[in-house]
Design a binder for this molecule. Structure first.
Ligand SMILES: [Zn+2]
Length: 114
């Protein structure tokens, strides 16, 4: 399709079900990821200069290979660190963690008393 600014764009939606490992409790998370993308298609690399910085653009020679493109978009949509939204892991609220957190202040007090 052609956009108002004359650029030819590819609009797409992709979704995938993935099992990731929660970085807090190490239990698997099954989650569905969605990627919406809008890519500006150009035929020659030199045309990339005319593409706005806010757009993602790709050079398409003859045929557009959709599979790797969609894969790429989905990878970008994945979280850097996977964790449950309602993770049951509570180790970071244990008294040990509390004590650890108070350490910097204890050290500061020692420093001030010197
Ligand atoms: Zn978790």
């Amino acid at each position: 399709m052609q956009r108002d600014d004359g650029q030819v764009v590819l609009l797409g939606k992709a979704e995938i079900d993935l099992a990731l490992e929660c970085q807090r409790c190490l239990q698997p998370i099954e989650q569905r990821f969605f990627a919406d993308f809008e890519l500006v298609l150009v035929k020659y690399e030199r045309q990339l200069a005319a593409v706005s910085d806010e757009d993602d653009a790709i050079v398409v020679d003859d045929e557009l290979e959709l599979a790797p493109l969609i894969e790429q978009e989905l990878i970008l949509a994945l979280p850097m660190i996977a964790k449950h939204d309602d993770c049951q892991a509570t180790y970071d609220n244990t008294p040990a963690a509390e004590a650890e957190r108070q350490q910097p202040f204890a050290n500061l007090k020692d420093l001030l008393n010197k």
